[in-house]
Design a protein around this ligand. Structure first.
Ligand code: DCP
Ligand code: MG
Ligand code: MN
Length: 379
């Protein structure tokens, strides 16, 4: 069901997919993978359908939509909502699980265990729960990690990492992937891919870059440093663009501290990365001279970095651009074609490992080879 973005249909059924998404997310938070994947598949099938669904029969005719789902779609068409959403997604348990799942490093089992231990708020977790190192970081930056990042700030972070990388190794390629590269208006984190066209110098980047970014204060917390994924190295952490200022703000049900910068020293394009928060989120700081009023906010952001050898650039780029659902579809498609796709390579056959650049495979897999190899890959 994956298709090139150029032919992506307009989603005319968001009223349906948004209801089903609530169910998928809630089942996921309850560790009910079976149901959540089922709903995710149905959502993908509906998104790929190019017309507005107007009846139960029409829904039933879409591949991947069965009778029970068609009933739900009919209910949404009739009443605009789904009773099951209220039943499953609302109420104290579902809401608390959602709150706890926002803690980085906590999965559905942990969230459920916390709920069963009678924890209900982030303060309960802070004061009573036994937390892993990851969860402590996740809790410390709960608000920041759970807020979306505007594209302009992602671009600033990319530039910051690029400057640091190039100061270490000339000619390196630094590219933000993930939701940013898929063109989303805001991003959950920043996914940076680094490689080097000479095929070797990428090996000189990973550790020195982290040291440099840590020393400059840009990296504030390390989550995972993984160096054993073949030739690829991966870093997961928390970063923050240079800034100053600190203020307590009231936000939602938890009291959090956040970082603000309101006296900007430079006039760089960087200003665009500071965005005005919605009202009620600790307004009342005077705007820097010459800038629109509002709160100028500097937050901690989740940063993922992968450093990959140039020969794995294409498949790494595809993997890291995602989405995760797209990757699952592509891997499945590869398997169906007797091939195997990973972030390292696309291979034909298990015994005879033929590069996809061969003429025959290029023809077989035109769609995705064009996507993968817009230029020659050099093998
Ligand atoms: N990825 C994947 N499978 C996963 C997680 C990630 O294939 N289980 C790949 C596809 C993702 C990419 O890595 O697009 C980056 O992962 P993110 O979790 O950062 O997801 P996105 O960038 O797509 O979305 P967000 O805006 O939430 O960061
Ligand atoms: Mg991302
Ligand atoms: Mn990421």
């Amino acid at each position: 069901c994956a298709r090139p973005s150029s032919s992506k249909p307009v989603d005319l059924n968001t009223h349906i997919t948004s209801e089903l998404s609530k169910l998928a997310a809630t089942y996921k938070s309850k560790n009910d993978t079976w149901r959540s994947v089922g709903y995710e598949r149905a959502i993908a099938a509906i998104r790929n359908y190019s017309k507005e669904i107007t009846s139960r029969e029409e829904a039933l005719a879409i591949p991947g939509i069965g009778g029970r789902l068609a009933d739900k779609i009919a209910e949404i068409l009739e009443s605009g909502r789904l009773r099951k959403v209220a039943e499953v997604c609302e109420g104290e348990e579902a809401e608390t699980l959602r709150l706890f799942l926002g803690v980085w490093g906590a999965g559905p089992s942990t969230a459920q265990a916390w709920y069963l231990q009678d924890f209900r708020t982030l303060d309960d977790l802070r004061t009573k729960a036994t937390l892993t190192r990851h969860q402590q970081i996740g809790l410390k930056h709960y608000d920041d990690i759970n807020s979306r990042i505007p594209r302009s700030e992602v671009a600033e972070i990319e530039e910051h990492v690029r400057e640091a990388t190039l100061s270490l190794v000339r000619g390196a390629e630094v590219l933000v992937c993930g939701s940013y590269r898929r063109g989303k208006p805001t991003c959950g984190d920043v996914d940076v891919l680094i490689t080097h066209p000479d095929g070797q110098s990428h090996e000189l980047i990973f550790r020195p870059l982290l040291v440099r970014l840590r020393e400059s204060g840009f990296l504030t917390d390390d989550l995972v440093t993984q160096e054993d994924n073949g030739n690829q190295k991966k870093y997961l952490g928390v970063c923050r663009l240079p800034g100053e200022g600190r203020k307590e703000v009231q936000r939602g049900r938890e009291r959090q501290s956040s970082h603000f910068r309101f006296a900007l020293k430079s006039t760089r394009s960087q200003l665009s990365c500071f965005h005005t928060l919605p009202s009620g989120h600790g307004a009342d700081i005077p705007a820097p001279q010459g800038l629109p009023s509002g709160v100028w906010h500097l937050q901690h952001r989740r940063l993922d970095v992968i450093v990959v050898p140039y020969q794995e650039r294409a498949t790494a780029l595809m993997y890291f651009t995602g989405s995760a659902h797209f990757n699952r579809s592509m891997r499945l498609l590869a398997t169906k074609k007797g091939m195997s796709l990973s972030e390292h390579s696309l291979r034909a056959g298990i015994v005879r490992q033929v590069c996809v650049c061969s003429a025959r495979n290029r023809a077989v897999l035109k769609v995705f080879v064009d996507y993968l190899f817009p230029e020659t890959c050099g093998c």
